[in-house]
Design a binder for this molecule. Structure first.
Ligand code: C2E
Ligand code: MG
Ligand code: MG
Ligand code: MG
Length: 273
């Protein structure tokens, strides 16, 4: 069967390549099945507003409840889902689920949803987001869309037009993993971001590296001058939190406050705060 699937290039196959193709095929079938049978789940991680020390929103993080492998993290399946385009229907499910969940949360809490490059480039995106907002009744101002620099690499004209269409829905646009790409600053100038998430690699080095600390301080200063909110990712220690507060960072997210939690635990968490 593996031979038949590899028709046309079978002569290049090494036995281990064959096995790799087979694993990939299995993963693909498993993913398609999960989409049809409700195998995906959203976890949520709180984002803390540092001025009030209260939860200002939650980031939706995709999990796959695999029948044999248990809970699978995005790193293990997103690259393939992205490559075969399955991220588009998965992402549609994520948007609908996240908006519906957030509509049931108290107060004005925001929900952040990650968008991958393939999703962002897909023609149906704006309609999918409008439909998710419509069906859930969620105020668009409470939805944040997180995109990485990989989204902005191609065709900046079309990307800019699309970002403006999204903004005209009333949602907020967030640059995720800020500082890991090659031209973060030029993207910040060209695109209409409401928020910047400083990558976890900077937070992690905050105490050890004067360079990282200086960059974090400069980014928070610059963003506050541009009226862009800053969120530090991956905050794990009190010392990091202290430094981020001193540097004027707006929000923090990380295991110090809470790991990502199943949706069912979120109402309890919110009630306790
Ligand atoms: P991200 O958007 O940068 O999400 C933050 C990641 O950091 C999450 O990993 C989260 O669990 C992890 N994290 C949070 N706090 C800490 C901490 O204190 N220490 C450490 N070491 N890690 C922390 P996760 O859930 O494995 O997601 C990885 C990436 O997968 C996300 O990075 C995002 O790019 C992507 N992703 C997740 N869910 C979705 C989704 O629904 N759609 C799309 N397109 N991408 C998603
Ligand atoms: Mg994110
Ligand atoms: Mg991130
Ligand atoms: Mg990341």
């Amino acid at each position: 069967r593996a031979k038949a699937e590899g028709r046309g290039c079978w002569r290049f196959f090494e036995p281990d390549m064959d096995a790799r193709m087979q694993r990939r095929r299995t993963l693909e079938l498993d993913l398609r099945r999960a989409l049809l049978t409700g195998g995906f789940e959203l976890f949520y991680q709180p984002v803390i507003d540092l001025a009030s020390r209260r939860i200002s929103g939650l980031e939706a993080l995709l999990r796959w409840q695999h029948p044999e492998r248990g809970l699978v993290l995005p790193a293990a399946f997103m690259p393939l889902a992205e490559e075969i385009g399955l991220i588009v229907p998965i992402g549609e499910w994520v948007l609908a689920r996240a908006c519906a969940d957030a509509a049931g949360w108290p107060g004005r809490l925001r929900v952040a949803v990650n968008l991958s490059p393939t999703q962002f480039a897909h023609r149906g995106l704006v309609d999918v987001i409008a439909a998710a907002l419509d069906r859930s009744g969620l105020d668009p101002a409470r939805l944040e869309l997180e995109i990485t620099e990989a989204v902005m690499l191609h065709d900046t004209g079309a990307t800019l037009a699309r970002l403006h269409r999204l903004k005209s829905l009333g949602v907020r646009i967030v640059m995720d993993d800020f500082g890991t790409g090659t031209s973060s600053l030029s993207y910040l100038r060209r695109f209409p971001f409401d928020k910047v998430k400083i990558d976890r690699s900077f937070t992690r080095e905050l105490e050890q590296s004067r360079q990282s600390h200086a960059i974090v301080r400069a980014v928070t200063d610059m963003c506050s001058a541009l009226s862009v909110v800053t969120t530090a990712e991956g905050v794990e220690t009190e010392a990091q939190l202290q430094t981020l507060c001193e540097d004027g960072c707006g929000e923090a997210q990380g295991n110090l406050f809470s790991h990502p939690l199943p949706a069912a635990e979120i109402m309890g968490l919110l009630a306790r705060q």
